[in-house]
Design a protein around this ligand. Structure first.
Ligand SMILES: Nc1ncnc2c1ncn2[C@@H]1O[C@H](COP(=O)(O)OP(=O)(O)OP(=O)(O)O)[C@@H](O)[C@H]1O
Length: 624
């Protein structure tokens, strides 16, 4: 059981991390991190840049002060005279150190302020991106994989500001040291950079190895997240216990963790070997540079004071080159994750809603014309050549076996899916040409798996869009759905929070939740009401009330009802029977009940099972 990256495109991207590639992309990364920082907090971004620039300048001044101090101290004359001569340089040195310390603290304060803001902003942008994709995106494995990768990218966005800042600091420090070193003797700087190259190559290679290992474990990380969710949330807690599944699930978890650990260990070992080889070559290179300094001093090409300055400058430049490479490779890895995030935002996984701009009115007629629909990755059509007209004032019922395409057809009527072939027309406008949000203003949908929002009852009914009539409208909708009885028993009425796990929250039964879900559909003044198995969890009295109300509701809207309760579909003006994605019968209850066909078959099963129920006393009756 493993999630698989079908295209392998991310692995290919990971393999492309090379030193030159990194050098090319680092400025991009810094720019991108600064761009996001600018978006969330401009003064802090300006402050950061100013502090870093100042810090580099101060460091260069400090190095020059070292040169001045050493030259003064090593010159001839008595000690007091030499100290007096060295005094201004010493003061500059101390001042530079103090200013750098203050700047360092300011930089870390500003970075810690910006980092979390950037992460939250990146998450928000991702959420906005997700709500703007076509519903069919969720049926595509690639979309789900890209979305999860983008989520990880959003999480690490905040790290990039620290890494970006460290990079700028190392670059400033490198520049300061390089200027001073080049002043001491021009041969030293290129020698030092050449000596640092092996370490740079090793560090980048090690970062690539770690990123690729992480990429290979990506599917396993997703699996762990899924298992964790099922193991520790309430949803399946009863079934894990009653089904004694705990051992099986944690065994699966352990197996997956073991796979990740194996990958991690192999990457860590390989990375360490690379770093060791790089460090050995780097050490040899450094020894050559130091030997060059000694050679220059011995041959009188540089003074003792300059040699002392070279020592400090070499240390500074060496440290900053190592910093540039190690932070650079870390930033590169973060950048690859961030690439996943930006790529997702740019294309919304390739599923951004791009429909028309027509703003349809509340529909009088919905015409479904020769519609075929095929889900992603499926070999056959869920709907094949379906034609149907839904009219305001009518209740149309869809019936058929499981998987016959009823829910798919209802979602096409709502414009949630666009048909792969054929058209769905709202008063003549194809759903693909309409502004989707304007179209959904006219839709009230109770799907089979309705959401149980952890919000108050009121918000669960209004979906955060209260009407001008306030609670009166909410109460009317509750009454229509039979949810008034539920609300009356709740401690805080409409203000009750429907989330048991939170303080003062309440839990509802399955049927009570269904009444709330119906209440929210009745509250919405929408021209199309779609009820998919609206009474599956209701008791017979509540079910009776709902079906009684349907006729009233249909007076000024189109009602589409999907149900397996065949005896109840008599309420519908028209019944459409689906079988394997095709319409096989259409007519009134009386017409279809008389004709031989699937409807009569379905009806006979239900009537027989109802009659059997009547004949066979329940267990309680038998006991008596
Ligand atoms: N999101 C999806 N991705 C892929 N296939 C899907 C998806 N939703 C439904 N299907 C497939 O489409 C076909 C029709 O499903 P649909 O949910 O429309 O049937 P239904 O008649 O509503 O079934 P039921 O009575 O069980 O609710 C089924 O074969 C199902 O497997």
């Amino acid at each position: 059981m493993r999630f698989v990256d079908v295209t392998g495109s991310r692995e290919a991207a990971g393999r492309s991390i090379r030193l030159l590639d990194m050098a090319r992309r680092l400025p991009q990364l810094v720019r991108r991190s600064l761009g996001l920082a600018w978006r969330v907090d401009r003064p802090a971004t300006v402050g950061l840049l100013a502090c870093q620039t100042l810090s580099g300048v101060v460091q260069a001044m400090g190095l020059l002060a070292i040169s001045g101090t050493l030259t003064a101290l090593l010159s001839s004359g008595d000690v007091l005279h030499r100290l007096v001569q060295a005094w201004p340089s010493l003061a500059l040195l101390a001042g530079a150190a103090a200013v750098r310390a203050v700047l360092g603290i300011t930089v870390s304060w500003l970075s810690s302020r910006l980092g979390p803001l950037m992460t939250r902003e990146a998450e928000q942008m991702l959420l906005d991106g997700c709500t703007g994709v076509e519903l069919c995106a969720y049926d595509e494995p690639d979309f789900n994989r890209d979305r999860e990768a983008a989520d990880r990218g959003a999480q690490v966005t905040g790290d990039l500001i620290n890494e970006g800042q460290d990079l700028i600091a190392s670059a400033a420090s490198f520049l300061a040291g390089a200027v001073v070193l080049a002043g001491v003797h021009p041969v030293l700087l290129p020698m030092l950079v050449a000596a640092s190259l092996p370490q740079a190559v090793a560090q980048v290679s090690a970062a690539r190895v770690r990123y690729l290992a992480n990429l290979r474990s990506n599917g396993d990380y997703r699996l762990l997240a899924m298992l964790r969710w099922h193991i520790y949330t309430k949803d399946a807690a009863d079934q894990i216990r009653a089904g004694t599944m705990a051992g099986f699930l944690s065994g699966r978890y352990r197996q997956t963790v073991a796979r990740i650990n194996r990958e991690d260990r192999a990457a860590a070992d390989k990375g360490a070997r690379m770093s060791l080889a790089g460090a050995a070559c780097g050490g040899l290179g450094s020894a050559i540079v130091w030997a060059a300094v000694v050679g220059l001093l011995a041959t009188g090409r540089i003074s003792v004071g300059h040699a002392g300055t070279a020592v400090f400058a070499l240390q500074t430049v060496g440290q900053s080159v190592r910093g540039l490479v190690s932070i650079g490779s870390r930033a590169m890895r973060t950048g690859l994750y961030m690439d996943d995030w930006t790529r997702f935002l740019d294309r919304a996984g390739g599923f951004r809603m791009r429909r028309g701009t027509c703003r349809p009115a509340s529909p009088e007629r919905i015409e479904i014309e020769a519609v075929c629909h095929r889900y992603a990755g499926k070999g056959g059509d869920a709907l094949a050549n379906v034609s149907l007209t839904l009219r305001r004032g009518e209740v149309t019922a869809l019936v058929g076996y499981n998987g016959s395409g009823k829910s798919t057809l209802s979602k096409l009527a709502c414009g949630l899916y666009l048909p792969t072939e054929g058209r769905v027309l709202w008063d003549g406008t194809p759903t693909g040409d309409a502004d989707p949000h304007a179209l959904w203003q006219h839709v009230a949908l109770v799907p089979q798996d309705y959401a149980r929002w952890p919000l108050t009852v009121r918000e669960n009914i209004t979906l955060g869009q209260p009407s001008s009539r306030g609670d009166t409208a909410v109460r009317e909708a509750c009454e229509a759905a039979g949810a008034d009885e539920v609300v009356d028993k709740l401690g805080a009425g409409l203000d009750t929070l429907l989330a048991r796990e939170w303080l003062n929250g309440e839990e509802l039964s399955g049927g009570q939740w269904q009444r709330i879900a119906l209440g929210r559909a009745f509250f919405r003044q929408a021209g199309l009401l779609v009820l998919d198995e609206p009474t599956a969890n209701l008791d017979p009295r509540a079910e009776y009330r709902i079906f009684q109300r349907l006729r009233d509701l249909a007076r000024d809207r189109i009602v589409l009802l999907v149900t397996h309760r065949i005896t109840n579909v008599a309420v519908a003006d028209r019944i459409v029977v689906l079988d394997e994605g095709a319409v096989v019968q259409e007519g009134t209850y009386q017409e279809l009940a008389r004709q031989p066909g699937l409807f009569r078959q379905l009806l006979s099963y239900q009537v027989t099972s109802d009659a059997d129920d009547e004949k066979q006393p329940g267990p309680g009756l038998r006991r008596r």
